[in-house]
Design a protein around this ligand. Structure first.
Ligand code: SF4
Ligand code: SF4
Length: 254
């Protein structure tokens, strides 16, 4: 049974969308499944794309891409697994074109993940900015300022099946206020957990937290309490009602 409904709604002059939660037990994965279907099937306006929808468009791949704790684990394990199997990303749900671009991206990467630890994966794929007690952890960008996972020639995502939550929940069309709030709340909470994990990992190793940019950096673990993302490895393990504020949850259920 469908637990989250993503429905097209006219908003101004464009076709946008709304999200409703149909089941108390809906998870973040149910929301993502609804978004995947919307991206593929709904007749939504693409305000930033001049071509044929999302396929081959990279207009949104040069922005700030915050990472969640689950995003980093999924990217790390996927790259690691595919490195060992030497298969590339031949996953269910993506086109042959995208799969081929992903495999090519992996071959081009030419790095060994055999001994890469969690904090090294974060250092390699992520970008940590610490300013005072604030911390922002985003996807690393290349010299061109574009996401490091973007395939430069095909303009396709090189990690499409495991791309971050913020990418999976974005379509450049209008959306209702509750949809904007939902995306912001879940992405922010997931990033908060990653910051906490980053601090905990450093403490366990007896090391200072490792960041790429720091401005009078003084991150403190007390500022980053555990979230409902703690110890979760997959979005199917996270209940939507646990990661939404009470007000948002009521709106999504109405
Ligand atoms: S959502 Fe991103 S990839 Fe899709 S059409 Fe809009 S800008 Fe392009
Ligand atoms: S992870 Fe993929 S979809 Fe997300 S910004 Fe990078 S290339 Fe684009």
């Amino acid at each position: 049974m469908q637990k989250v409904s993503v429905e097209p709604v006219p908003l101004g002059k464009h076709m946008g969308y709304d999200v409703r939660v149909l089941d108390e037990g809906a998870t973040l994965q149910d929301y993502l499944a609804g978004m995947e279907e919307a991206i593929e099937k709904l007749p939504l306006t693409r305000r930033r794309c001049l071509g044929n929808g999302c396929r081959g468009c990279d207009a949104c791949c040069g922005e700030r891409i915050p990472l969640t704790s689950i995003d980093l684990l999924r990217i790390y394990h996927r790259l690691s697994r595919d490195f060992h199997q030497q298969k590339g990303f031949l996953s269910v749900g993506i086109s042959a074109t995208k799969a081929s671009a992903c495999a090519k991206g992996l071959a081009q990467a030419k790095f060994s993940l055999e001994t890469l630890a969690w904090h090294q994966a974060l250092r390699r794929y992520g970008y940590v900015v610490a300013e005072g007690r604030k911390v922002d952890i985003i996807v690393r960008t290349g010299e061109d300022g574009r996401c490091v996972f973007l395939e430069p020639h095909s303009r396709l995502c090189g990690i499409y099946p495991v791309r971050p939550l913020v990418c999976r929940t974005y379509i450049c069309c209008p959306q209702t206020a509750r949809v904007e709030r939902l995306r912001a709340e879940v992405v922010n909470l997931g990033e908060d957990q990653l910051v906490r994990d980053w601090l905990l990992d450093a403490a366990v190793r007896g090391a200072q937290p490792d960041f790429h940019e720091g401005y009078v950096a003084a991150p403190a673990r007390d500022d980053w309490p555990p979230t409902p993302f703690a110890e979760k490895r997959d979005y199917a393990e996270v209940l939507l009602k646990d990661v939404c504020s009470t007000k948002l949850w009521q709106q999504l259920r109405s």
